[in-house]
Design a protein around this ligand. Structure first.
Ligand code: AOF
Ligand code: ZN
Length: 335
């Protein structure tokens, strides 16, 4: 019999896992036939034991005859760790209840392995909640690249800098604090070498008082211009990666290889248009200040759109007033 409360518990455990990470967030509860929890586990990030292995290790020999509630279909592959389907069989687990089928073709197939070994398998339990937990991860698996969120700040007439090149500050303090808060939820902040030369940004995450936030995403600079030794991006806490390329696809592939999955793009007009043209921007955060410049650099450069029929329309997720400015969060439809 499938008991909803154990899947709810597995979902709560899964939510303790990290994001961004190359792996999904997964929780597991082992329940014996009398309804007692024998052990619980969850995944703590790529390279560490999967949720099932974590729970089995804590169960010692007591997993025999248990039902395993797992938020994701147990894996059938040998990746960074051994297949969980085999481990569940070896431990003598009698039944497996899982939420989402594994969308990762490299690892899926665990349900079939378990059934072949005589384990009773029920899939699709709390499938919406289980899927929602790993929506961003599943998108990275589908796309085969990190997700990209492009942030920009502009005046009402879409300008990010004045005619003389000065760009500090278009938006107010509250908008800047909001950017820092959102930056900290991604695993890399990406700018072009042009922005480093002109603005000399730090790309660190700080609170309103200037104190560093706990999570400092990797700072990434891409482009063909050299990054000066005394550039502020090279100073302060955390690593800096310099990618000597102009190609967004190449940059994202290099970031994927070092485990980056959720990128915050803060490039100027050239880098932004390169990413938009390449079709690799998934989300936009636009901070619009109620101000006008009438001249100066636009937030984004030429996108190769010459007629209204070619307009790139985004879908609005959320519109908010942040201090004196307006923030629009929008999604870019997959191309
Ligand atoms: C996890 N944690 O609890 C489960 C996963 O590279 P590996 O060996 O860590 O395998 C990662 C894949 O294993 C992952 O993409 C997913 O398809 C599957 N199941 N992964 O990280 C877990 N159960
Ligand atoms: Zn596994």
């Amino acid at each position: 019999m499938v008991e909803q409360r154990w899947m709810d518990r597995a979902l709560a455990l899964a939510a303790r896992g990290p994001w961004p990470d190359p792996n999904p967030r997964v929780g597991c509860v082992l329940v014996d036939p009398t309804g007692n929890v024998v052990a619980e586990g969850f995944h703590r990030g790529a390279g560490t034991p999967h949720a099932e292995a974590d729970a089995l290790a804590r169960a010692g020999g007591r997993a025999k005859g248990c039902t395993a509630y797992v938020t994701l279909e147990p894996c059938a592959h040998t990746g960074r760790t051994a297949p969980c389907a085999d481990a569940l069989v070896a431990a003598g687990v009698a039944a497996v209840v899982y939420g989402q089928a594994d969308p990762n073709p490299a690892a899926s197939g665990g349900a079939a392995v378990l059934r072949r070994s005589g384990v009773t398998v029920t899939g699709g339990c709390s499938v919406e909640a289980a899927t929602a937990l790993n929506e961003r991860w599943a998108s990275t698996i589908r796309l085969g690249r990190p997700l990209v969120t492009w942030k920009f700040a502009a005046t009402l007439d879409g300008r990010s800098a004045a005619a003389d090149g000065s760009s500090q500050w278009v938006t107010g303090d509250d908008a800047r604090a909001d950017v820092h808060r959102l930056r900290a939820t991604r695993d890399a902040v990406l700018v072009g070498t042009g922005t480093v030369t002109v603005d000399d940004p730090r790309l660190t995450v700080r609170d309103a008082a200037g104190r560093p936030l706990d999570r400092q995403p990797l700072r990434v600079v891409m482009g063909m211009r050299p990054v000066p030794e005394d550039a502020r991006v090279r100073q302060g806490r955390g690593r800096v990666e310099v990618l000597h390329t102009r190609d967004p696809h190449e940059a994202l592939a290099a970031l994927w290889d070092i485990g980056i999955r959720d990128v915050w793009l803060e490039g100027g007009p050239t880098l932004a248009s390169a990413f938009l043209r390449a079709g690799v921007v998934d989300e936009v955060y636009a901070y619009l200040a109620p101000a006008l410049l009438g001249a100066g650099a636009p937030a984004v450069g030429d996108l190769g759109i010459t007629t209204m029929a070619g307009i790139l329309r985004l879908s609005t997720r959320d519109v908010r007033v942040i201090g004196t400015d307006v923030r629009i969060h929008a999604a870019v439809a997959p191309q």
